[in-house]
Unconditional design. Structure first.
Length: 215
């Protein structure tokens, strides 16, 4: 997927924080991008499909370069979508361990999934054969990233800029300015709220339909 360098945000941030150095700006932008992605789950992608291994329940699918998995959204086993299962819904210890003394952990075709560890997919029951797993996930930049998903720049540059400025204006020193930090933090959260409204529907606007009644 298209990626944009952190330096692309610099002119907008530097215009309002001229004493900030490039490394300071890049760090503030990166932190804002990570927080934005974690709050909104706006960057969603299908990961590369991967095969299961018989008797293996937990998988850690690879994310694209400079990114990590923020949240597992949906999972398919072959073409069948699996039901998500939260931790409270796991009624068996086999959801967390592979063996229990005196008990049998019977494998089968997976029907549920859980994210027991960040970015990892646990399948229940554990696979009894080779299946193809597809996963739709929300992504976030790595802490070491030098690029971010271009969507963050093209669609949310104003919000990310405000998020970066809110951080810079909270740093003790020449940039410290509590009123401006508060102002940009509020602008940033307004962008977060707009993204949250968009995220569930994506970019498609459904048309309401009324079934005609013939009289």
């Amino acid at each position: 997927m298209p990626m944009t360098g952190l330096s692309a945000f610099r002119p907008r941030v530097a215009m309002l924080a001229p004493t900030a150095t490039d490394p300071m700006i890049d760090q503030a932008v990166l932190d804002a991008c990570i927080d934005f992605c974690e709050r909104t789950l706006v960057v969603k992608r299908m990961l590369t499909p991967f095969p299961t291994v018989a008797d293996t329940a937990v998988y850690a699918p690879a994310a694209p370069a400079d990114e990590s998995v923020a949240h597992i959204m949906r999972v398919w086993c072959d073409v069948t979508e699996l039901d998500p299962l939260d931790e409270e819904g796991i009624g068996s210890p086999f959801g967390f361990v592979t063996t229990v003394a005196g008990q049998t952990n019977t494998p089968g075709r997976p029907r549920y999934f859980n994210e027991t560890d960040p970015g990892s997919i646990s399948l229940f029951p554990r696979p009894d054969a080779v299946y193809t797993i597809n996963a739709r996930v929300a992504l976030r930049p790595l802490r070491s990233a030098t690029t971010v998903d271009s969507q963050l720049f093209e669609d949310w540059v104003e919000g990310i800029t405000s998020g970066a400025l809110a951080r810079l204006y909270a740093v003790p020193g020449d940039l410290l300015n509590a009123p401006l930090a508060k102002y940009h933090a509020e602008n940033y959260m307004a962008s977060v709220h707009r993204a949250l409204l968009q995220a569930p529907k994506g970019r498609v606007r459904s048309q309401g339909r009324v079934t005609p009644i013939h009289i």
